[in-house]
Design a protein around this ligand. Structure first.
Ligand SMILES: [Zn+2]
Length: 319
């Protein structure tokens, strides 16, 4: 409804604001005759390309002011949260209730945001940006990019170890926490154990699992540290295979205990990853579309149709 309102009321949406040659060139229309011949989707439409671009630029302004992000956190909705399960009617499965999934996930996300902002989990916060992502398959998840205040930044591998763990806990000393790590934070199995897993590409795991066993956390060559995975002979049975420490996804003990869902923590220690990360979280919706058309003068760019074509709205997103 909002899109069709915008389409029918192009004259009222103050499009003269956009009708500059510069705007046209930025959006990839190098032919002068097309300037001004456009259906506009204004930046006031939340989630549209102009809105996403504005938000991306705002985030980059935060980086300019406060420095590069220190943490990249991904939180995924857990369909087995008791808050969801207890509201299912007899015979209902969580995926039958996208309304419930959306509301509980949003509520948890608000708590997560408050916890991060309180400074109790990672230290005092300079800035947080978060984006909720809905995919065709899979559950909603949120990405957080966190910038810490200067005094709280993690400068050493020892500081990384205080925030991020990549090990299985002791199953007899800490059975509940062990069960959380096994349930939510184990990758795979992939590689030789399961060559057809989704992460496999050209015979290798895209995420480089299983990781090497290392005694100490080090800075590493890439954008993320190499975390310590001590070989303590602890194992867990995950999706039919016995896995050890090398398969654990980096997590925060405090957040895992608080939220009982998949929460991946990555420490960013290289400025080169910054632009990629912000682009990634602001990339907008998945879509695949192509068309064959002549580039003749007069073919009008219709931003609203471009936005709607091939656009998929999953039930949870709609809710
Ligand atoms: Zn893998």
């Amino acid at each position: 409804m909002r899109l069709s309102f915008l389409k029918k009321n192009q004259k009222k949406t103050r499009i003269e604001y956009y009708q500059g040659v510069i705007d046209s060139f930025i959006s990839g229309v190098p032919i002068g005759g097309k300037v001004g011949k456009r259906v506009y989707l204004p930046s006031t439409f939340i989630g549209g390309p102009r809105d996403m671009k504005n938000r991306y630029l705002d985030s980059m302004a935060l980086v300019q002011e406060f420095g590069q992000p220190d943490l990249f956190v991904t939180m995924t909705c857990n369909p087995n949260w008791p808050e969801i399960k207890e509201h299912l009617k007899p015979g209902e499965e969580p995926h039958n209730r996208p309304d419930l999934l959306a509301r509980v996930f949003k509520a948890k996300l608000t708590i997560m945001h408050d916890k991060i902002m309180s400074g109790e989990i990672f230290g005092k916060i300079a800035s947080v940006v978060h984006v909720i992502e809905f995919q065709k398959r899979g559950l909603p998840h949120a990405h957080f990019l966190i910038i810490l205040k200067p005094r709280f930044k993690y400068m050493t591998p020892e500081a990384y170890d205080r925030v991020v763990s990549v090990e299985l806990p002791d199953s007899s000393e800490d059975p509940y926490f062990y069960s959380l790590v096994v349930k939510h934070m184990m990758h795979g199995p992939c590689g030789e154990l399961n060559p057809t897993n989704v992460c496999m590409k050209d015979g290798k795991c895209k995420n480089h699992y299983p990781k090497d066993v290392t005694e100490y956390t080090t800075h590493g060559k890439g954008s993320y540290p190499i975390y310590r995975h001590k070989n303590e002979q602890r194992t867990a049975k995950v999706r039919g295979k016995i896995l050890d420490n090398r398969w654990v996804i980096p997590y925060s003990r405090a957040l895992l205990l608080l939220f009982n869902c998949h929460i991946n923590i990555e420490i960013c220690c290289d400025i080169r990853a910054v632009k990629y990360l912000y682009k990634y979280v602001h990339k907008g919706h998945d879509k695949v579309m192509f068309r064959i058309a002549s580039d003749a003068l007069g073919s009008k760019v219709d931003e609203i149709s471009n936005f709607q074509n091939a656009r998929w709205v999953s039930p949870v997103e709609a809710a």
